[in-house]
Design a protein. Structure first.
Length: 273
């Protein structure tokens, strides 16, 4: 499933293509949304934003398209020629004359008054979004220390959208490895120093994934591995998806466990329980 950094990168592309431009046409592939096509066609796209794993496209007439990629959804930007052939189902198409923004496969889509968008159940439940640039390490640490979260195991806590927005399975594993924290630990189990380090790595890993298009591994190590001929799939992550392979830090084997219903990866030596 796309996580916060991937959705924000998609939003960057969609913003560059259609924000500030009039929509020549708007198409919805879901029958329940077709009633909104006429209201949005000819309207200016005022803003394109990402919040957590959702994208919000607001129009000048006070309506906003909400979409969540879920597992298979994907936004694509293309020119104003024929819509590219795809085996995916086209759910949304916004034609802004020179470029189009197309959403494939997702089904969690709604059109709502912009003033009511914060009432959407997904958005209403979201915790702070690190990628909005206004969430500090201190604020993240306070989330770990709050009565609501301090007794939760990390494996479950990082998958709770009300804790921090946009963190999913790969970021959970990568953050905990970077901080040297076992996924079964709880915030209240950690020393003040370790908790500060975890808050710092949570922010840094999230931003690194966005800035490096999904690559969370240490940048110096990535350059070294790329020079040695490693592929993106091989150097992208420190632990995620690397069960049985050697840890880049200590050389021990990476372990995979299903925790909170999802696969989680960690190094038993670098992240002792």
């Amino acid at each position: 499933m796309p996580e916060g950094p991937e959705v924000r990168l998609e939003a960057d592309g969609v913003r560059a293509a259609i924000e500030g431009r009039k929509a020549k046409s708007v198409f919805f592939g879901l029958e329940r949304l077709k009633k909104h096509e006429r209201a949005l066609t000819g309207r200016k796209v005022k803003s394109v934003r990402a919040r957590g794993k959702a994208m919000l496209i607001s129009f000048g007439n006070g309506l906003t398209i909400y979409s969540h990629n879920q597992l298979y959804g994907k936004w694509v930007v293309c020119g104003n020629g024929p819509i590219p052939d795809s085996s995916r189902q086209l759910r949304v198409a916004i034609d802004a004359a020179r470029q189009r923004a197309l959403l494939y496969s997702a089904s969690d889509i709604a059109v709502l008054p912009t003033e009511e968008i914060d009432r959407h159940p997904y958005l209403r439940a979201l915790g702070p979004d690190i990628l909005n640039g206004r969430v500090s390490v201190k604020q993240i640490r306070s989330r770990f220390e709050s009565p609501e979260f301090r007794r939760r195991r990390m494996a479950a806590l990082f998958l709770d959208k009300s804790f921090l927005a946009g963190i999913g399975n790969y970021l959970r594993s990568e953050i905990l490895f970077a901080a040297g924290v076992h996924p079964a630990r709880r915030p209240e189990d950690l020393s003040a120093t370790k908790l500060s380090a975890l808050a710092k790595e949570t922010r840094r890993t999230m931003l690194r994934a966005y800035q490096n298009r999904g690559v969370t591994n240490d940048p110096d190590l990535v350059r070294e591995l790329k020079s040695a001929g490693w592929s993106r799939g091989e150097y992208r992550f420190a632990v995620f998806g690397r069960a049985g392979e050697h840890c880049f830090g200590c050389g021990d084997a990476i372990v995979r466990q299903n925790l909170s219903g999802r696969r989680c990866y960690f190094c038993p030596a670098c992240q002792p329980l």
